[in-house]
Design a protein around this ligand. Structure first.
Ligand code: PEP
Length: 251
């Protein structure tokens, strides 16, 4: 039985004060919560203060991106040591907004995943197809390419520590959710890719989240699918009540 994981990606939203007050409210609701992993990923500016708030609770801290180099002349970037220093346990890697707006490639994603693992942090590696790719029957081809390049040269013990987030791009921020069947079909494909590339143990252990317009109204149905182990939540994580409902209904 895989442990559910619900992560909230606040994206470029919330001041430090707003993110902290959200963390305070979440902590009140889920101070000790045993049924699932709950991760909150505020913007970089709020990481440290949010960490101070949730440090003694069951809620964990995540970042939205990272650079793979250790340190040096990389203006505007943030390193693994910096994120570990402020208590990050998870880092989102290869979000479709990073790929499509900022030109991140599968090779960049692979470098980031490896660096994150090396620092003992859990990467949440995002993959997913565009609407035209789905309409042209290319979904599995796209997922296979992103998986094989993103996970290139990873050992089995490393891959089992990764969370994969299946996020069809046409469902992100659009209000259009994949049906539970579409999500299950993609998750099963991802799990089977892991089995082909590694073995049955990795197939059974790897956790796969769904992301794309997850709301309190659709989470239970998505989670009822055999291969859906959690959710990466964007818009609906900005409101404490809707994020809390999602967490409660996911378990
Ligand atoms: C996301 O950006 O990871 C996401 C899933 O966003 P939303 O829930 O708003 O579709």
């Amino acid at each position: 039985m895989r442990r559910p994981i619900i992560a909230g990606n606040l994206k470029m939203n919330k001041t430090v004060e707003e993110a902290v007050s959200m963390a305070v409210a979440l902590k009140r609701k889920f101070y000790t919560f045993a049924e699932a992993d709950i991760v909150i990923c505020p913007p970089f500016t709020a990481l440290s203060k949010v960490h101070d708030e949730i440090v003694d609770s069951s809620i964990m801290l995540g970042a939205q991106d990272v650079y793979w180099e250790e340190d040096g002349a990389f203006t505007g970037e943030i390193s693994l040591n910096m994120l570990r220093d402020v208590g990050c346990r998870y880092i989102i890697v290869g979000h479709s907004e990073r790929r499509n707006i900022f030109g991140e490639t599968d090779e960049d994603v692979n470098r980031k995943v490896k660096a994150v693992l090396k620092h003992g942090i859990t990467p949440i590696m995002c993959i997913g197809e565009k609407i035209e790719e789905r309409d042209n029957g290319m979904t599995f081809e796209v997922l296979e390419k992103q998986l094989s390049r993103g996970l290139k040269n990873l050992f089995k013990d490393e891959v089992m520590r990764i969370i994969i987030a299946y996020e069809p791009i046409w469902a992100i921020g659009t209000g259009r959710t994949a049906t539970p069947q579409q999500a299950q079909e993609a998750h099963k494909f991802i799990r089977e890719f892991i089995e082909r590339s590694y073995d049955k143990e990795a197939y059974l252990k790897i956790r796969i989240q769904y992301g794309g317009s997850v709301k309190p109204e659709n989470i239970a149905q998505l989670m009822s699918q055999e291969d859906v182990d959690g959710a990466l939540v964007g818009g609906a994580s900005l409101d404490v009540n809707s994020f809390s409902e999602i967490v409660k209904k996911a378990v």
